[in-house]
Design a protein around this ligand. Structure first.
Ligand code: FBP
Length: 695
């Protein structure tokens, strides 16, 4: 561009068309911001009260009773609408309040609507009320970093994805010092209530905060957030209180849209296996929903793999000792299962496909789980005993390995020594370096193993590649050749297809012809043709026959994809917009009616919107002891995929069909993108749709 062009460009920049094209406010955003989610019927009335609901039973953990006694007897409460309140209650209900809100953990679509719902309810009841947003997660409470949430701010983020408005963080308020600082911040701000929007760990934190801040008169309310879908609440008898956390539907739909595009891609050029790792730190709910949404060829479900029983090993063990390795799948066995699917698809000409791997799958593989638990304990034990943290003291992999080696040789007086045996050391040294590094990565602030940092797909696909090579060498992994193509090629080459079929194929009558196992090279091809009398010892292989052989040799090529951060940053579906807005309204009802240590929830999410019922779920009775950072800690139990659920059983029943190891088209489903209007979107997760059938 010459200097004389510059004014022209500036003029161009001022044109409305250009301004419109480069504006960050597009029509979709305008539409999202303008949408006002419908309110659950109870919120049509000007006031709400809470009523205790009978009929729910919890098995209370003795440790929970000891650690959070002031909220352990909280009941389940349902929000009821009222046209009026008695004068005394009215005054308390309508008084101006200052409420703080914090996002905790990974982002999940819909978070902004929790704020919007709470803000709208607070201001509608008393315009003097204030909403304070703590910045960057719990650190904002500890360090007193916050912003006052105004109408303008809320309006910018209505129905918009991310946690951008106040951002988020993973800090846990888990020491006396952090608790004291948090209490001080809340007292200084004159908070009436604090709202913690988070997953299982964050809601656990909310319960401890509720217990501690009762003396300050500050109520604490949790909100079930996480794309992983593992915050689902049932009572001891299996009655559902919270069918799914918010964000799950949107993330699953975002992943499904992308994965469905890969189904289109691979069935178009038939050259790649797309390996899709899908987020979900432990539970495989997201992978299950993706399977239902896309009908990908293979979807691993961790909980299903953990349930695997190797009948062959059991049978052989019956002759001798019990073989404990028969229970739960090994990495090697899993790679064989995947290979079987790949080989079967190749046999019908499909050397391509889509494989969905849940991020947390390794946690369900016995041998890896043992390593994770042992290493977490060793690291936690080290951090407890030393001033420097394990990862600071041993920054390089070699240093860490050396430390483990010394442990295996039993350092006298070191309690962690007994955990790591020489056998562990030997097995650990056998695994690839990148995987060793993954298993030794720092745990997050809640003591969780960080699966998103481990290249799970690489570990598994490495074994798959190796085994496919063996199968290829044994002549067991071959591309099936379409009969019509075979005939055409042979006739074009001047050969009689019938004459050659017997010599070349295992079953010459099949629709897809598989070259015999023994023919694995041009040399073995020549031998087979000579033996069949179709070729003299010194004749060259006819090009058409050689071409058919070349076609039968599969080339296994993969593309790997990680679906995680993109989906959890996506815009919320209409389901999540409505769900979260009503969660925000529920939070207000809980606060206005004096609740604390409760989690806002919506009962009947699996049913039509008209049947949604806002409730308060007691957090403390849901807490139990779990291993974290090598110690037993009280946490909210994560909900895993129930392999007896209708949703899983349906996926299992469809596995064979969706694998598509038969001639003809695959059975892919094409979910529409997350659209904000029209009828294109499912009303709720398919998992919920199916599981409601069992309720
Ligand atoms: P939350 O449990 O905090 O909702 O986060 C879920 C998640 O998205 C997991 O699926 C994933 O393993 C993890 O966060 C990744 O965490 P990070 O943001 O620390 O990489």
């Amino acid at each position: 561009m010459t200097p004389s062009d510059k004014p022209q460009l500036q003029e161009l920049m001022q044109m409305p068309e250009v301004q419109n094209a480069i504006s960050s406010i597009n029509p979709g955003l305008v539409q999202r911001r303008a949408f006002r989610p419908p309110r659950c019927p109870v919120f049509d009335q000007p006031f709400t009260v809470l009523e205790e609901v009978d009929g729910y039973r919890f098995e209370i953990d003795a440790e929970a009773k000891r650690q959070v006694p002031r909220i352990i007897d909280n009941p389940v409460q349902v929000v009821i609408g009222r046209d009026e309140l008695p004068a005394a209650e009215l005054q308390a209900y309508q008084r101006p309040r200052t409420v703080g809100i914090v996002f905790s953990g990974g982002p999940a679509p819909g978070g902004h609507n929790v704020i919007a719902g709470l803000f709208d309810a607070l201001k509608a009841v008393n315009p003097q009320s204030r909403l304070i947003g703590f910045l960057m997660g719990p650190d904002g409470i500890i360090e007193s970093e916050y912003v006052e949430i105004t109408e303008d701010l809320v309006d910018q983020y209505r129905n918009v994805g991310g946690f951008t408005m106040i951002r988020t963080g993973r800090t846990k308020i888990d020491t006396a010092e952090k608790m004291a600082l948090s209490r001080q911040t809340c007292r200084d701000l004159g908070l009436d209530a604090l709202v913690v929007v988070g997953g299982d760990d964050s809601n656990t934190n909310a319960a401890f905060l509720a217990q501690e801040m009762m003396d300050d008169g500050i109520q604490v309310i949790g909100v079930p957030k996480t794309i992983d879908g593992d915050v689902q609440v049932r009572d001891a008898d299996g009655k559902v209180l919270c069918a799914i956390s918010f964000g799950f539907h949107s993330a699953a739909r975002a992943f499904s849209q992308d994965i469905s595009n890969l189904c289109n891609d691979c069935s178009s050029d038939r050259k790649y296996w797309h390996i899709c790792k899908v987020m979900g730190r432990s539970a495989s709910h997201l992978a299950l929903e993706v399977a239902l949404q896309t009908h990908a060829n293979m979807t691993l479900i961790g909980e299903d793999l953990a349930d695997f029983v190797d009948e062959r090993r059991i049978a052989s063990a019956a002759l001798g000792e019990t073989d404990f390795t028969a229970y739960g799948i090994t990495l090697r066995h899993l790679s064989r299962v995947i290979c079987r699917g790949i080989v079967r698809r190749a046999a019908v000409g499909k050397n391509c496909g889509v494989l969905v791997i849940p991020e947390g799958v390794l946690e369900f593989i016995n041998e890896i789980q043992v390593f994770i638990i042992k290493l977490s304990t060793i690291i936690a034990d080290y951090n407890d005993k030393h001033d420097r943290r394990f990862h600071t003291a041993y920054p390089r992999l070699e240093d860490k390995l050396e430390y483990l080696r010394r442990l295996s040789k039993d350092i006298p007086g070191d309690s962690a020594a007994g955990i790591w045996s020489a056998r562990d050391d030997e097995l650990f040294n056998d695994i690839p370096v990148f995987f060793q590094e993954g298993l030794l990565t720092e745990r997050d602030s809640h003591g969780n193993f960080q699966f998103s940092l481990v290249e799970t797909d690489k570990v598994l696909m490495g074994l798959v590649q190796d085994y496919l090579k063996i199968l290829r060498e044994k002549g067991l992994y071959k591309m099936g050749i379409e009969r019509a193509y075979y005939k055409k090629t042979m006739l074009k080459g001047g050969l009689d297809p019938e004459d050659y079929a017997e010599a070349l194929f295992a079953d010459p009558t099949a629709d897809y012809l598989l070259v015999k196992e023994a023919i694995i090279s041009l040399k073995t091809l020549r031998q087979a043709l000579v033996k069949a009398g179709l070729l003299g010892e010194d004749d060259a292989i006819p090009p058409a026959a050689a071409r058919i052989f070349q076609k039968s040799v599969p080339n296994f090529k993969t593309q790997t994809h990680f679906y995680g951060y993109d989906g959890r940053g996506s815009n919320p579906t209409r389901f999540d917009c409505n769900y979260t807005y009503n969660l925000g309204l529920t939070v207000f009802s809980l606060i206005a009616n004096g609740a604390t240590g409760q989690m806002a929830g919506i009962r009947n999410l699996e049913k039509d919107f008209a049947e949604w019922e806002p409730i308060g779920i007691p957090i403390a009775p849901l807490m139990h002891l779990e291993e974290r950072k090598g110690k037993l800690s009280l946490v909210l139990e994560k909900s895993l995929v129930d392999i007896n659920s209708v949703a899983f059983q349906i996926v299992k029943a469809c596995r064979e069909e969706w694998l598509g190891a038969a001639p003809g088209e695959d059975h892919y489903r094409r979910p529409a993108p997350i659209l904000f209007d029209g009828q294109s979107e499912d009303e709720r997760p398919l998992t919920l749709e199916l599981n409601r059938l069992a309720m």
